[in-house]
Ligand binder design. Structure first.
Ligand SMILES: [Zn+2]
Length: 306
């Protein structure tokens, strides 16, 4: 029997799944263990090995291939990991080490790519536009990331990782030349404008008060707080500008908006209206904007589909 094995490597938890088919209803087993990242790179490899052992024992199956969703990306040119917030992974040849230790071929993609792949093939997209050619999936949360999913002539969907492994890295498009400094070394990236923390910081700078994004949205909706309204306007306008760049380049059939910020209803109405102003299409915009279907499972399911 063909099985699909996926591991989602997170900073605090490592989650593994075995699917009997590419469907959220085909979970054979699913397990989580602690990453214990503070114990270093070697320990993470042995935790992964332990988890794979547990999945084998529980299912009685052997993997032929394992897909991994990771923070950061694998740099195909230098053959090492980069940009991981679990910093002990950076500079390490993770896929090679995993293949050596686990004795099976592995594929690696970052978590936003896994999210995009899972939503495109077994989440929000198939019900709405099953014959898609291009899907762009974004995670707008603590950070901002994205992934491009393409479908080949054979009907197989795949992630467009790109020459340097940065395909879909939407979070670091520059929106404000003199904006807040970003950990990537530049200023005014998307992520510094409309990630959850960036919006909360903007609100606090205006009002002198610290509030959660959810509260800021509620205060804007209630029309009781001009600072909240300014913050939400900043989100909508910049979202419109930033997503119009993606639409002009890829013209995807669907865009899935994940993460805590992606859950804000106004993005799907007013946010799309703002995008319409900027897209090179005579004021028309037919792109489908979707809320994700798979919740927290998208990462590990996407890894299994790699
Ligand atoms: Zn940046």
């Amino acid at each position: 029997m063909q099985t699909y094995w996926g591991i989602d490597l997170g900073g605090t938890k490592i989650e593994g799944v075995v699917l009997s088919a590419p469907s959220p209803d085909a979970v054979v087993v699913r397990k989580r263990i602690d990453t214990e990242a503070d114990k270093g790179y070697g320990h993470i490899i042995s935790q992964i090995t332990k988890l794979v052992g547990l999945l084998k024992a529980e299912t009685g199956y052997q993997p032929e291939h394992i897909g991994f969703g990771t923070p950061g990306t694998f740099d195909p040119a230098r053959q090492v990991m980069k940009g991981c917030n679990t910093t002990c992974l950076n500079g390490m040849p993770l896929p090679q080490d995993l293949e050596k230790t686990l004795g099976v071929p592995v594929s690696i993609a970052n978590d936003a790519n896994c999210f995009a792949l899972a939503e495109a093939t077994m989440g929000a997209v198939p019900e709405v536009t099953p014959d898609f050619r291009v899907v762009f999936g974004v995670i707008m949360g603590t950070g901002v990331g994205g992934g491009v999913v393409l479908r080949g002539k054979d009907g197989q969907s795949f992630v467009q990782n790109g020459l340097q492994g940065i395909g879909g890295e939407w979070g670091h498009i520059i929106l404000e030349e003199n904006g807040y400094p970003c950990y990537c070394g530049k200023r005014g990236c998307n992520e510094q404008v409309f990630s959850g923390p960036a919006l909360q910081r903007f609100y606090q700078d205006l009002s002198g008060e610290s509030r959660k994004l959810k509260e800021i949205v509620e205060r804007h909706d209630a029309g009781i707080d001009p600072y909240a309204t300014q913050t939400i306007n900043r989100l909508l306008e910049n979202f419109g500008r930033a997503i119009s760049v993606i639409i002009n380049v890829l013209d995807p059939d669907a865009i899935v908006l994940g993460g805590g910020v992606g859950n804000i209803d106004l993005l799907y109405t007013e946010g799309v209206e703002r995008a319409k102003k900027y897209v090179f299409n005579e004021g028309q915009l037919n792109t489908t904007f979707l809320k994700p279907k798979l919740g927290d499972s998208a990462g590990v399911f996407g890894a299994a589909l790699l």
